[in-house]
Design a binder for this molecule. Structure first.
Ligand SMILES: CC(C)(COP(=O)(O)OP(=O)(O)OC[C@H]1O[C@@H](n2cnc3c(N)ncnc32)[C@H](O)[C@@H]1OP(=O)(O)O)[C@@H](O)C(=O)NCCC(=O)NCCS
Length: 164
């Protein structure tokens, strides 16, 4: 019996025409991959049913965005800024636990190192906390975000990039 090969994903820069697919992936990811830690009201507050595409477009314009693709399907994306902030990291439900976020994070970290960044931080969801811990981040502070009447817990996490 042969063991399955590890999945490989093509990584590329975000293009403006990716906007609807990336936002749809975000909505599916929040709705399906966070149920263990966030209830329906919290998921709805995090990702309203009708997304504000204009707001997303503005947000995406101010950060670096990398897309992971499997064939022509978008499997995940990461957003970060060159001050070391990992802003967004989302995997499509059908690609969860196949190394998509790991591949995206590795590429982003490599780019941030090359840009001279020495310290990373992220506001990790409770779902992503274990992922970031596995990447060498440690919890700096428990935080909450308030959206209307709903409170979402998250963790401020950081990582020092040691020279290689
Ligand atoms: C967190 C998230 C990005 C991880 O994406 P992924 O592509 O499934 O992650 P990977 O396959 O690269 O996982 C690598 C390792 O991280 C850890 N990990 C990933 N997801 C995990 C989870 N839900 N629970 C516990 N550990 C997890 C595991 O150690 C995993 O290795 P393993 O699968 O061999 O056990 C994805 O679950 C997601 O999009 N979640 C919903 C949205 C979210 O919370 N995004 C983060 C916002 S800050």
């Amino acid at each position: 019996m042969t063991s399955p090969l590890p999945a490989t994903f093509n990584l590329r820069a975000y293009q403006p025409e990716d906007l609807p697919a990336v936002v749809a992936l975000f909505q599916a990811s929040v709705s399906q991959l966070t149920t263990e830690h966030y209830d329906a009201a919290q998921r709805q507050a995090w990702s309203p049913e009708v997304a504000d595409l204009q707001a997303w477009q503005t947000r995406f314009a101010s950060i670096e965005l990398l897309i992971a693709e499997d064939g022509c399907a978008i499997a995940g994306f990461i957003g970060y800024s060159l001050d070391g902030h990992i802003d967004l990291l989302f995997t499509a439900p059908g690609f969860a636990r196949q190394g998509v976020a790991s591949a995206l994070y590795a590429a982003a970290e490599q780019r941030l190192r090359a840009a001279g960044v020495r310290e990373l931080h992220t506001e990790a969801s409770l779902v992503a906390q274990a992922f970031f811990a596995g990447q060498g981040f440690s919890v700096q502070q428990a935080q909450t975000v308030t959206r209307g009447a709903v409170i979402l817990p998250r963790m401020l996490m950081g990582k020092i990039l040691e020279p290689r």
